[in-house]
Design a protein around this ligand. Structure first.
Ligand SMILES: [Cu+2]
Length: 352
């Protein structure tokens, strides 16, 4: 029986270790910071952890000394120190000092990370992105570039990127663990902050960071992922230009794709735009913009980006994201229609 209990414990720890080994990947871990904001936040985490561990060690050592020196069998009574001024001063001053050591860098960082003066200036070169969160997907508008994309956030490395965060239904929270956040997206105000994506560390992460909703928002909250494509300024500019060049829906290249486009124009275009311009107000953008869908890294933020998964998604979104806003909003598709749609959607690319 005892042996069994031991094995249980060991296997429990083995499983925990397995689960935890999933953490720490450079593309998703706050413990592998990949930019200035993440560095600052990581340093603060380390500082407070060191202080807490220090306090625990000191308390445990004193506890052990007292425990062993004044065991009952010795009948020794320690010196009585009630009302000792020295002691009271020591245990008041030390915590005050520790709190100061914690507070000064934390408050300083809080102001630094919230400094968005640059983005609000009339004439500023700062890159601004309006993030709009929806149940359960993300919309990214580049107001100065006049383009919109969804699900995959595209950013240049090694410069400040400013964000306006807002939600169009319920409260969500914008978080890129390796790079910074998280900040709530609310319905009645705009939250602002900035992030920097470090080029070298973005390379190590495969130039693809992982983003999450960090505020419980509904049954598919845990599936409300997005990806962040970090690239050099030149590559970013090229992407923006390629997007801006899409003035009207891209023509299908094959017969099958043409059939797909026809179905799409009948059943899907009421919700999904396939041009990137941001003439429409926030509230009119009710579904992910699919202009560059063929270049996405996931389908609906979570499924592998291939035709099979795409067809699975269109056929039955509810299975993959319970409670999402696409379920039951268009007629059932036959296998032939699905093939055609998949061919068309995968061909929606802006860069070759
Ligand atoms: Cu959410």
């Amino acid at each position: 029986m005892k042996r069994l209990a031991k094995w249980r414990l060991i296997s429990l720890f083995a499983i925990l270790a397995l689960v935890l080994s999933g953490c720490g990947e450079p593309y998703l871990s706050a413990l592998r910071p990949a930019g200035e904001v993440a560095d600052i936040q990581y340093d603060l985490m380390k500082l407070s952890t060191y202080i807490m561990v220090g306090v625990i060690i000191v308390v445990m050592v004193i506890f052990a000394i007292v425990f062993f020196r004044y065991r009952r069998k010795d009948d020794r009574i320690p010196k009585q120190v009630e009302g000792s001024h020295t002691l009271e001063i020591i245990w008041t001053v030390i915590p005050i000092l520790l709190l100061l050591i914690l507070a000064v860098p934390t408050v300083a960082a809080t102001f630094k990370l919230a400094d968005v003066k640059e983005m609000d200036k009339e004439k500023s070169d700062a890159l601004v992105i309006n993030v709009r969160s929806h149940l359960y997907w993300w919309d990214f508008e580049y107001p100065k570039q006049k383009i919109v994309t969804s699900q995959d956030l595209v950013v240049p490395t090694n410069e400040k990127v400013y964000f306006n965060l807002k939600s169009l239904d319920v409260k969500h929270s914008f978080w890129i663990p390796a790079v910074g956040g998280k900040l709530d997206t609310n319905t009645d105000n705009v939250n602002k902050f900035w992030l920097i994506f470090d080029e070298k560390r973005a390379n190590e992460a495969g130039n693809l960071f992982y983003g999450k909703c960090a505020e419980l928002c509904g049954p598919s909250h845990a599936l409300m992922d997005f990806k962040v494509k970090a690239m050099t300024r030149d590559q970013f500019d090229a992407w923006v230009t390629a997007m801006q060049n899409v003035k009207e829906p891209k023509k299908a290249e094959t017969d099958l794709a043409a059939q797909g486009q026809e179905i799409f124009n009948k059943s899907c275009i009421g919700c999904h735009a396939v041009t990137p311009e941001n003439k429409m107000p926030d509230t009119a953008r009710v579904a992910p913009n699919l202009t560059n869908f063929g270049e996405r890294s996931r389908v609906a933020g979570i499924l592998d980006h291939n035709k099979e998964e795409l067809k699975n998604w269109i056929k039955d979104p509810e299975t993959y994201k319970p409670g999402n806003e696409m379920t039951n909003k268009y007629p059932n598709m036959t296998d032939e229609q699905l093939d055609a749609l998949a061919e068309y959607l995968m061909g929606l690319k802006v860069q070759e």
